[in-house]
Design a protein around this ligand. Structure first.
Ligand code: MN
Ligand code: MN
Length: 462
């Protein structure tokens, strides 16, 4: 039961569309290197397509009607889009949900120290990373610093060609006998991931003169005191833009495909909807998935439920807890998150028949989890049957997979959290090579098929 390769099915028109989608996606990746930037960019795209703030509608008590397009932002880090359909909200929504946070290295709250005429920032990594992949490479700093008076200082350093970059040094091979003998998980430690920020001492300072240089720059360029870092979120991410990968340009190399590739595919799918879709369509872009969907911006927080309650009230003019529960439990959802692409260089980690292959289209994972499907959603066969029908009716190139061999590891998504409402959910995403590495790889064909798959699901899923 081998699935066909999407590239073989494309004519000239389709190839041009694949390429155009890839170009648009690369721009989204470059504009969004943090969850905040991705959320901002999503709102910009939505507003340009006629979406309006739900918060505003709530404030004005404006009645909503089918065809209305609305967005809601949760603490600048998660976004929900709604395109209201013909059917009552109580009949459920067609939902596509992804996450916009990616593994990275966060700057600590009290980060700075000086050692041997270098100024450093101490860090705490975020999400699952192989630490050795993050040393000896160019990093950029993105984030916000909140001052006590409420002023927000936005930081992006290392993306413009004229910007400096920063980074974490590695030990020279000549002196690495001990390090190279260690387990890969121990060769570089979390506490050792310190980012070098400066190396020039202030002329007239006696102690910590390089730190003095760093603080002087922060003060002069950004108006910041060291204490302002106490209320900051600064993330170190790989510097540079997403690039075409492979001599045939069939792939994209970039930071944060997990899960911005699915997030972007969802956004494009939402923009392809007819003026009034059959069912209300929803695009969820959640934060904190990489650390367990925790916190007020993670999927486990109730903002989605609360937002649907607001929608219901503005649509029907009344409040009903039962209607809310129905709207949620009768919904149909694709949990859109990347899948592990089969990698011939590491074939022993995969069971080939049940692996996702780059270029064979959007991938459905009936379940994720680890060991005995622990922590997975495990979609219902009944639902999968209906999804298959929609995919085939739209001639989507799609495949099914597990994350890897049984017992070699595992992972989770937001699927099981949305399933708590009693709605039907299945995982569906783009296969990725080198997942969670500073630069990940996807196939342009899979991005294109994901956009088509999500659009088909939103429009036709019943
Ligand atoms: Mn993911
Ligand atoms: Mn991930």
């Amino acid at each position: 039961m081998e699935r066909p390769n999407a590239w073989k099915q494309y004519d000239e028109t389709a190839l041009a569309r694949v390429e155009a989608a890839a170009e648009r996606y690369k721009k989204y990746l470059d504009a969004g290197k943090t969850e905040r930037e991705c959320a901002e960019e999503a709102v910009r795209i939505a507003e340009a397509a006629g979406y309006r703030s739900l918060e505003e509608a709530v404030r004005e008590g404006r009645r909503l009607k089918p065809g209305d397009r609305l967005y809601q932002v949760q603490m600048n880090k998660a976004v929900m889009l709604f395109h209201l359909g013909k059917a009552p909200l109580e009949d459920g929504m067609n939902i596509v949900g992804a996450h916009i946070d990616s593994p990275r290295i966060d700057i600590k709250q009290n980060p700075f120290y000086e050692e041997a005429d270098f100024a450093y920032a101490d860090t705490h990594y975020y999400g699952g990373i192989k630490k050795y992949q993050w040393v000896a490479r160019a990093l950029a700093l993105h984030g916000v610093v909140m001052k006590k008076d409420g002023a927000k200082v936005t930081i992006v350093i290392g993306e413009d060609d004229s910007d400096p970059v920063v980074g974490i040094s590695d030990l020279l091979i000549h002196l690495s006998q001990e390090q190279m003998g260690k387990k890969m998980s121990e060769g570089i430690t979390g506490e050792g991931l310190d980012i070098m920020l400066a190396g020039m001492p202030l002329k007239d300072a006696e102690n910590d003169a390089v730190l003095g240089t760093l603080l002087k720059i922060l003060k002069e360029k950004y108006g910041l005191e060291e204490e302002d870092l106490l209320s900051a979120e600064i993330e170190a991410v790989p510097a540079g833009r997403a690039r075409d990968y492979g001599l045939d340009r069939s792939m994209i190399l970039g930071y944060g495909h997990d899960d911005r590739v699915c997030a972007y595919a969802e956004l494009e799918a939402m923009l392809q909807l007819p003026d009034i879709p059959e069912y209300t369509c929803c695009c969820l872009l959640a934060d904190k998935e990489e650390i367990g969907s925790v916190g007020a911006t993670g999927m486990r927080a109730r903002y989605f439920e609360n937002t649907v309650a607001e929608l219901l009230a503005l649509l029907t003019g009344k409040e009903s807890d039962l209607a809310l529960r129905r709207a949620l439990s009768r919904s149909r959802m694709l949990s859109c998150d990347v899948s592990a692409g089969f990698d011939p260089l590491y074939a022993s980690a995969f069971e080939k028949k049940n692996s996702a292959f780059l270029g064979r289209g959007v991938c459905y994972n009936k379940f994720t989890g680890s060991r005995g499907k622990s922590g997975s959603n495990d979609a219902n066969a009944e639902f999968l049957g209906r999804v298959r029908k929609v995919m085939d009716e739209h001639q989507i190139c799609w495949q099914t997979a597990e994350l890897g061999k049984v017992d070699v590891g595992g992972g989770g998504t937001i699927a099981y959290i949305c399933a708590l409402y009693g709605m039907e959910v299945v995982d569906s995403g783009v296969p990725v090579l080198s997942m969670h590495a500073p630069q990940e790889i996807i196939s342009k064909a899979d991005l294109y098929e994901a956009i088509r798959a999500y659009a088909a699901f939103l429009q036709d899923m019943k």
